[in-house]
Write a protein that binds this ligand. Structure first.
Ligand code: G6P
Length: 615
């Protein structure tokens, strides 16, 4: 939700901020803006639309000189996306300027107070209230900007990552975070500020990640002073060396990040199990699990909390954990879990799944579970993210940066990690035989090559996409392990092509969706050999009798479904428990091609954002 960038140093700030905003556009892209200090004054330009629109506007509107600046790409919360509501926002005097990612929940009461004190507001945003609160404190208490920000943040309720500067003190930027990420890139006599490290990775590998409830004053050519927002105590900056490289965050010859990320899956899956699975020694080892084995083995149940695609990975995990490790599992939408007074205690293990590690609802669900004494384990992709830090232990997926808003490689690597955990626990509990355990490991090691094979159907899938691109509704069916894959397939199509799609357990079709079926309705049925195959074939017959158009996702060499279906897409054979890692691939490609053919913005679908840091 919203990307923020800032620069203070010896270079021209504008190109750095502009490129940084383009890299952060996955976080929100309904409007964008920039404020530069040109040596005398603030030059501000902002617009509804994308960063490209901003670039065009800046060229006609302002001079771009200056080595201090901040920029913002927005996902609207308060106030519709328009020029006025775009960030940055000035204070009433025009001296201060702010960018903000998050929500100030008590902005209405603060706005009332400020209005009574003579402040006026141009926009509908909570952010403009915050910058005027800071200005009011600065003036009335006669304090410096840093102190005013500190006092103001103690008065606000909500979530934020902010960057503020004062044109009368153009040698510093004040930043703060609570609930939204903020990284400070530390270069030679220069500092970068960003929602993640991608805007500054080509300039420096050294970064400070602010913790929640910390603020920092970043001083040109000097240092970074970090303080706790609550008690004003000083914090020693911890500078970490990042492993990220530029190649990982560029498209590398692919037309879209989503396609690149789909094709990265064989590697990403391998990277995720590498070093954890040893076929030679017949062991699976994951530090986060080993260190807390007792907690897992004594757990009455596992509760999985997540949102979106990560929730679908959680549903797959439910089948794996129950099947292999015989531990009861419940899978919850984090947003529901956190507000429904769940029964939860010290004997529960909560697994939180999140690609970004920043999803506000998942983070809140973790805090709730911890407050009730549960042990919380995180499965995240982004190293050092809020969820990774908030959980008691965890295991990273090693998918590398995922930039396309529609999640692809995060999903398959989440399933990989969760499979490893389930197998490890199953072995420890003795619910899996050593031969079965070995077979699972062997099959898992073959998955990257099999994903590669599944990707080889791309051209065939493109032709199918061409046939159905004008469909207005689509149904996705699967059973058992592949029911969550059906949900994920439908979500992918919805997200990027805006075609209405629903995922259903194949047998449930009879209880409603069957009424929708006619000769115009494409129905994607996952009918791999091991997953209740005959039952799914019967479901296909039922669709056929109603003239629905059938696209079967089948095991290589299948002939039964081939005869019934209008099209089939083959995936290699594997264990039923690992089949989601393969059946997902054609569904990702199908959505991708349909969306491209419809001319949609695949990497930045309307209204969505990659990292949802508001509830
Ligand atoms: C957003 C993204 C989805 C993602 C979901 C959960 O809706 O667009 O792709 O699955 O958030 O995100 P997380 O980072 O917690 O996995």
């Amino acid at each position: 939700m919203c990307g923020i960038v800032g620069y203070i140093g010896h270079r021209e700030a504008y190109p750095i901020i502009l490129k940084g905003l383009k890299r952060l556009e996955y976080r929100g892209y309904d409007s964008a803006g920039i404020a530069l200090y040109d040596g005398q004054d603030i030059k501000l330009s902002k617009t509804k639309g994308k960063v490209d629109d901003l670039e065009r506007r800046v060229e006609n509107e302002i001079s771009t000189n200056g080595s201090l600046g901040i920029g913002h790409t927005r996902w609207a919360t308060h106030g519709v996306p328009n020029d006025v509501n775009s960030h940055p926002h000035y204070s009433n005097s025009g001296d201060l300027v702010i960018i903000h990612n998050g929500i100030i929940e008590n902005y209405e009461s603060l706005k009332k107070e400020l209005t009574n004190r003579g402040y006026t507001f141009n926009s509908d945003t909570d952010t403009e209230v915050l910058i005027n609160l800071i200005e009011d404190i600065k003036k009335s208490e006669n304090v410096k900007l840093g102190k005013a920000v500190h006092i103001a943040l103690n008065q606000v309720v909500g979530a934020y990552a902010i960057a503020v500067f004062d044109k009368n003190k153009p040698n510093e930027i004040v930043v703060a975070r609570l609930g939204s990420p903020l990284a400070i890139g530390v270069g030679e006599d220069e500092f970068f500020i960003a929602s993640d490290a991608s805007p500054f990775i080509e300039y420096t590998n050294n970064a400070i990640y602010l913790e929640d409830e910390e603020m920092a004053i970043v001083r040109r050519g000097k240092d970074v002073k970090i303080r706790k927002i609550k008690d004003d105590s000083l914090v020693n900056p911890y500078v970490q060396e990042l492993q990220l490289n530029l190649e990982q965050i560029e498209k590398g010859g692919y037309e879209h990040f989503m396609l690149k990320e789909i094709y990265e899956q064989p590697h990403a899956i391998k990277d995720t199990y590498r070093g954890r699975l040893s076929l030679e020694n017949a062991i699976i080892k994951m530090a986060g699990v080993e260190d807390h084995m007792k907690k897992f083995l004594n757990a009455d149940r596992i509760i999985i909390v997540a949102c979106g695609t990560s929730w679908h990975a959680g549903l797959v995990a439910e089948y794996i954990f129950e099947d292999l490790a015989r531990i009861p599992v419940e899978v919850e939408y984090a947003s529901e879990f956190r507000y429904r007074n769940p029964v939860i205690n010290e004997n529960d293990v909560v697994i939180a799944i999140s690609q970004s590690g920043e999803t506000a609802d998942t983070l809140a669900a973790i805090k709730l579970a911890k407050s009730k004494g549960a042990f919380v384990f995180g499965v995240c992709n982004v190293v050092g993210s809020s969820i990774a830090r908030e959980t008691h232990a965890g295991a990273y997926t090693h998918a590398g940066p995922e930039i396309g808003v529609a999640s692809t490689k995060a999903f398959t690597t989440q399933i990989t990690v969760l499979t490893l955990i389930a197998l490890r626990l199953a072995r420890a509990k003795g619910t899996i035989s050593s031969s079965d355990f070995r077979m699972h490991m062997l099959e898992l090691e073959m998955i990257p090559d099999k994903v590669e094979k599944a990707l080889a159907s791309d051209d065939h899938i493109k032709m199918i996409a061409d046939t159905y691109k004008h469909a207005t509704n689509c149904l996705y069916l699967g059973r058992g392990y592949n029911f969550p894959v059906a949900l994920e397939g439908a979500l992918k199509l919805k997200e990027i092509s805006y075609i209405h799609a629903e995922g259903y357990p194949a047998a449930e079709m009879k209880h409603g969706p069957i009424a929708l079926i006619d000769e115009n309705m494409p129905i994607i049925v996952i009918a791999t050999k091991k997953g209740h195959y005959e039952k799914v074939v019967s479901n296909i017959q039922e669709i056929k009798s109603r003239k629905g158009k059938i696209i079967g996702i089948v095991t290589e060499g299948d002939s039964t479904v081939k005869e019934l279906a209008d099209h089939v897409i083959e995936v290699p054979e594997t264990l039923e428990s690992l089949s989601p890692l393969l059946t997902t691939i054609p569904l990702q490609l199908l959505s991708y091609h349909i969306a491209v053919m419809l001319g949609k913005n695949v990497d930045q679908p309307r209204n969505l954002a990659k990292s949802v840091t508001v509830e």
